[in-house]
Design a protein around this ligand. Structure first.
Ligand code: GTP
Ligand code: MG
Length: 138
């Protein structure tokens, strides 16, 4: 699975109508979409997805935000997918994100930062399986 990563276009980007532009950048950077769906996380599901951050002071805000509107979840394939995708999305805080990155272009703040990208091959597999059955992964 080392050639796959998982992403979510977050509720802020969905609300601003940036889903298409972001998917276009993802494709232009050489990632192939091998699973995709638009859905809305319940508070419970958002809490489960970000359970690793449960002890952080921003956890409640994060769960509220991630369940506030529709998201687009996808599994992406490319050589060195996890690392290359983190480069494409840029730093967590858009004020620190490099020029030309998705967060620099589309994120408003450290909380509402447009997009998620897995941080390891192991988490990419766990997160992809959280949203997609085996039959939905191509
Ligand atoms: P993800 O790709 O979404 O996992 O972001 P990341 O890996 O760049 O950052 P991290 O996993 O450390 O944090 C997960 C998410 O929590 C971030 O993307 C933000 O949406 C949110 N977050 C992180 N730090 C803060 C913060 O200080 N305040 C708020 N409100 N949200 C934060
Ligand atoms: Mg993270």
């Amino acid at each position: 699975m080392s050639n796959r990563t998982f992403t979510m276009i977050k509720p802020d980007a969905t609300a601003k109508g940036n889903t298409g532009a972001i998917l276009s950048m993802i494709n232009a950077a050489g990632f192939r979409i091998v699973a995709m769906k638009m859905t809305k996380l319940s508070k419970e599901k958002a809490g489960e997805f970000y359970a690793v951050h449960a002890a952080r002071p921003f956890y409640g805000e994060l769960v509220d935000f991630m369940s506030s509107g529709p998201i687009t979840a996808a599994i992406l394939e490319k050589e060195n997918a996890v690392e290359d995708f983190r480069k494409l999305i840029g730093s967590t805080n858009p004020a620190e994100a490099a020029e030309g990155t998705i967060r620099k272009l589309f994120a408003a703040s450290i909380g509402e930062n447009a997009i998620h990208g897995s941080d390891s091959n192991e988490n990419a597999a766990i997160e992809g399986n959280f949203f997609f059955s085996k039959l939905e992964q191509f």
